[in-house]
Design a protein around this ligand. Structure first.
Ligand code: GTP
Length: 627
């Protein structure tokens, strides 16, 4: 197992049952078992000397390490050497080289004898990048002592190889015992997984680890830029929070890998220390906010929304507090809270999923991948799973799959939203079309009613209110058309002027209402006579009526006029209990279709004939003699 992986999750050894804590504990156990079993490290489990037999390329110092914890920070280098020489150093407790967060200074000692004749030069690598100060003192058999300094409180450039783990390069003369005394001081977790490598082995191991890390961050970057483009074009808040989540989670791993110190803040020890809890808090805030937005919690599960908001508030406040809090408090609390945050998200996801929100299933799968990857790595560390690529890089694979699935989930959610939008738009269009059709129908029927009303109004404006006949003004219009038609067709057009006789005396004798009855009755009688003739009948005014008969000569018109006169005089008009005798004088004129005669002249001619009839004693028909 590449111990770079242990950094991802094992920075806070001994601080509790978080995912990170479990992983670290498992790593320690595995390391112990591996040290006991590996034939390469063919050394007796005693602290005498660590012999490097021929063919050795790498070896962990843990089984042969002795240590002393100077909690009060009292010992100087001479005192430490005295303890080494006096046999006062203790073996590692249970062979585990991680002590959690501790005060003071730790001294570690191992005596190494190099039997590999081809490798006089070796490298000691502290495979935990977050230690503040790591000092290596190498004492040779001739009493010569060399000092090397490393750790993230020392300039990055001072490392033997520019690599994320503190490393030291020195000679191990063949067959000669050499004392390695390592002094470690750190506010971070006290972990000292010291490994000896030949330069060749170190190059190969670091190359493989860098490749794995590069692949991992390559995937992260691809996902980041892919979703950045999507966010810029779609402007969906979920994409923005996803970007924050990927960035912040990447920052956590970057810090834990030691890459933050190597590339981002090589001259800022404070950042190297405090970015662990701060980046964890940032990652969790982004993760929670992303989940809230993705799951549409305010709408779908308000209580869950409050829960996640509370968790976010905690991480925001704790992230700020981490600036001042000592690392031995901020880092373990933040890493424990990660589990609480993830559990909160998983619960919210399950609730929303059970409420029928399908895209939540991908979110659940994504978190499952993350947990599965971490679990695989943990089981490997406990020896319950075989070591292979999937188990060894479980955390990276799990988190990469998680990010990938989250990205797919975003796409799925967007597609679902678009589908929903299309459905809503289609429904709205349908509703709109129905409404438009309904409104059109209403407008159409209103128009019909209006047209009808208009027609009735126009008709009533043409009609005389008492008799129901056309009035004088409409007659003039209609007569003009008839005259025009007669002119075009060359047929005669007869005009009859009918005036009831002595109507004033009827009114005087029987009253105006009876007079009205007489007018209505006369109108009906005249209309009855004219029915077969397609004639135009109108009340000309007062007790006077006018008739136009198309295609009717003077003789025929005279006959019709006689029929009218006869009809009126023949019957008495019934009015209440009385019957009133009504007679009429009629003047007849026929329009010469060839002559360009004025309408008023025509009517005047008919009127003259009427006057003639009156003059002749009334109740008679007089034919016009006008040409
Ligand atoms: N009841 C009633 N009388 C009307 C109406 N319009 C006009 N008259 C009356 O008709 C009478 C017409 O009288 P005149 O013009 O003197 O004509 P006349 O009495 O019929 O005499 P001649 O036409 O010469 O036979 C007047 O008394 C009007 O008041 C109407 O709508 N109803």
């Amino acid at each position: 197992m590449d111990t770079a992986d242990a950094e991802l999750h094992g920075t806070h050894g001994g601080e509790g049952m978080t995912l990170i804590g479990w992983t670290l504990r498992a790593w320690r156990c595995w390391l112990l078992l591996a040290c006991l079993c590996c034939p390469l490290w063919a050394v007796a489990f005693e602290r005498a000397e660590l012999v490097l037999p021929p063919g050795t390329e790498r070896v962990a110092l843990a089984p042969q390490l002795a240590y002393h914890h100077d909690a009060e920070d009292l010992d100087d280098l001479a005192t430490a050497w005295r303890r080494v020489d006096g046999g006062e150093m203790m073996p590692l407790p249970d062979g585990v080289d991680a002590f959690g967060f501790q005060r003071g200074t730790f001294w570690f000692h191992a005596r190494v004898v190099n039997r590999e004749v081809h490798e006089p030069r070796w490298m000691l690598v502290q495979e935990y990048p977050l230690s503040d100060e790591v000092d290596l003192h190498v004492r040779y058999a001739d009493g010569r002592v060399l000092h090397f300094a490393g750790g993230d409180h020392r300039p990055f450039a001072s490392r033997a190889v520019r690599y994320r783990h503190p490393n030291f390069s020195f000679e191990l003369p063949v067959g000669e015992p050499v004392d390695l005394l390592v002094r470690v001081r750190s506010q971070s977790s006290m972990q000292v997984p010291l490994q000896l490598y030949t330069p060749k082995a170190f190059t190969e191991v670091s190359r493989d680890a860098q490749l794995a890390i590069g692949l991992y961050y390559g995937i992260m970057l691809a996902l980041f830029f892919y979703n950045l483009v999507l966010w810029l074009s779609l402007r969906d808040a979920s994409y923005f929070w996803y970007l924050c989540h990927v960035s912040a989670f990447g920052l956590v791993l970057f810090t834990l890998n030691g890459l933050g110190f190597e590339y981002l803040w090589p001259h800022a020890p404070w950042m190297a220390d405090h970015m662990v809890p701060i980046s964890i808090c940032l990652a969790l805030v982004a993760m929670l906010q992303f989940s809230r937005t993705f799951l549409e919690l305010p709408r779908r599960w308000p209580h869950g929304n409050v829960l996640l908001l509370a968790l976010m508030a905690f991480f925001v406040l704790f992230g700020i507090a981490s600036i001042w809090l000592p690392l031995r408090i901020s880092t373990p609390v933040a890493s424990r809270a990660v589990l609480v945050g993830v559990v909160g998200i998983v619960i919210a996801t399950i609730v929303v999923l059970r409420r029928g929100y399908a895209p939540a299933s991908l979110l659940l799968l994504a978190w499952s991948m993350f947990l599965l990857g971490t679990a695989a790595f943990t089981l490997l560390a406990f020896g319950l799973l075989p070591k292979n690529f999937a188990t060894e890089y479980g955390v990276q694979i799990g988190s990469a799959l998680e990010m990938l699935l989250l990205s797919i989930a975003l796409g799925h959610r967007y597609a679902a939203l678009r589908q929903e939008n299309l459905r809503i738009t289609a429904e709205a269009n349908l509703r709109l079309e129905r409404k438009v059709a309904q409104r059109t129908q209403e407008v159409r029927s209103a128009l019909l009613r209006l047209e009808d009303a208009h027609a009735r109004l126009r008709d009533s404006s043409r009609r005389d209110g008492l008799t129901g006949l056309y009035n004088r003004s409409w007659f003039r219009e209609a007569f003009r058309d008839l005259a025009q038609q007669a002119k075009h067709s060359g047929t005669p057009l007869a005009v009859l002027m009918i005036d009831l006789d002595h109507f004033k005396s009827i009114n005087d004798r029987h009253g105006h209402l009876a007079g009205d009855d007489c007018l209505r009755w006369a109108a009906r009688c005249i209309g009855r006579i004219l029915r077969p003739h397609d004639a135009l009948l109108a009340r000309f005014g007062g007790e006077e009526f006018v008739v136009a008969i198309p295609d009717c000569g003077l003789a025929e018109a005279g006959v019709i006029a006689e029929a009218i006169r006869y009809q009126l005089g023949d019957e008495a008009c019934p009015s209440g209990q009385t019957r009133i005798r009504v007679t009429a004088s009629i003047g007849v004129h026929v329009l010469d279709p060839q002559a360009d005669t004025d309408l008023d002249d025509v009517l005047g001619s008919a009127d003259c004939a009427l006057y003639a009839a009156k003059a002749n004693g009334r109740d008679c028909v007089e034919l016009s003699t006008a040409g």
